[in-house]
Design a binder for this molecule. Sequence first.
Ligand SMILES: Cc1cc2nc3c(=O)[nH]c(=O)nc-3n(C[C@H](O)[C@H](O)[C@H](O)COP(=O)(O)OP(=O)(O)OC[C@H]3O[C@@H](n4cnc5c(N)ncnc54)[C@H](O)[C@@H]3O)c2cc1C
Length: 360
Amino acid sequence: MSSYDVIIVGAGPAGATLGYELGRRGLAVLILEKEKIPRYKPCAGGITSRALSLLDFDISAVTERIAYGVRIMYQFSDEFIKRHKEPLVYLVMRSKFDHLLVQKAQEAGVSLVDGVRADELEITASGVKVMTPEGPFNAKVVAGADGAKGMVAKRLGLMRDVELGIAIEAEVSVTQDKLEDWDSLIGLDYGQIPDGYAWVFPKKDHLSVGVGGPVHLSKRLKPYLERLLQHLGEYDITDLTGHLMPLRRRGMAIQRGNVLLLGDAAGLIHPLTGEGIYYAIRSAQLAAPVIAGALHADTINLKDYQQAVDSQLMHGLEEGRAILKIFSQSPRFYFDLVKGSDIVWMHICQALLGARPAFV
Ligand SMILES: Cc1cc2nc3c(=O)[nH]c(=O)nc-3n(C[C@H](O)[C@H](O)[C@H](O)COP(=O)(O)OP(=O)(O)OC[C@H]3O[C@@H](n4cnc5c(N)ncnc54)[C@H](O)[C@@H]3O)c2cc1C
């Protein structure tokens, strides 16, 4: 049986970043991942500039395109393009981006066991035992970075009442002309589903497209995706996947005893934009000093982590929820507002760049 300071369940951006941060602090860390790495992840693959600024290494090797502007559509019938002088969103395939983050964690001394699912947790006198088909692994602390349907949260009875969004993602091949229509742009469509939207995020040789909205409107998402695909013209679908998006509210427990939750497992997704990679990385960066400090103390106390998330991340997520509510009442009005106002557009750019702490 193997023993570690920390076992991280899940090798997405949250788990890999936590591994990187803890490995650099000299801790004995294992990342357990159920898929073989690299693995496909349904995601538009947009890394905002503010998310990129959290990383202290280069991601150009996995960046397929860079968006300097947005084509904003209203029900596919009206559209405008707004551009910015600086990059707004870096477009990646998650298989490659997440693999890079895992490699950085491994370079920092972290062990990876992939293709092995964590099935159960057992709290022991010395910490936590993680059960897998390959046998148990022991650690003083366990981090659940296992995504929206995470086993760790379920076993601890956490996140039970979390509000859910849902998204469908498709990877589609289009003609070269159509692909180049999206050069240096991403696309967003509004006004078809309350609290929902569609996106077009171009990659090197195809488009990542999708639709998202509240879970109770899930039946309307597939027809919406079909309308989006028709709007794009001739296409060929290679992957089509649905995925849940949990949306935490302040105070909801994301830590119990020697276990804490990160990223999607903790419901840290922006309600307005669906951005989760920024929050996955940030939550890992907030958890790392708390875990490292706790492991040096006589008794392990991880409570400061939840307080840090509440005080440093929830304000932006709550603001997003409030803006979504206002926006949904009159999407056409706000479409016209962004179209006609360079000041509003500048605010959106600043939020994507991380120049403002919150807003989108
Ligand atoms: C369709 C869609 C589009 C999106 N587009 C964007 C976007 O453009 N930009 C953005 O910022 N965010 C986007 N998001 C959100 C983003 O994908 C997530 O917020 C982000 O992946 C969260 O990272 P994570 O590390 O918390 O979880 P994940 O990336 O989901 O990683 C969790 C990992 O845990 C593993 N795992 C799960 N259970 C177990 C287990 N029992 N044992 C071992 N391993 C396990 C999984 O295999 C997975 O590798 C999108 C989400 C969806 C659904």
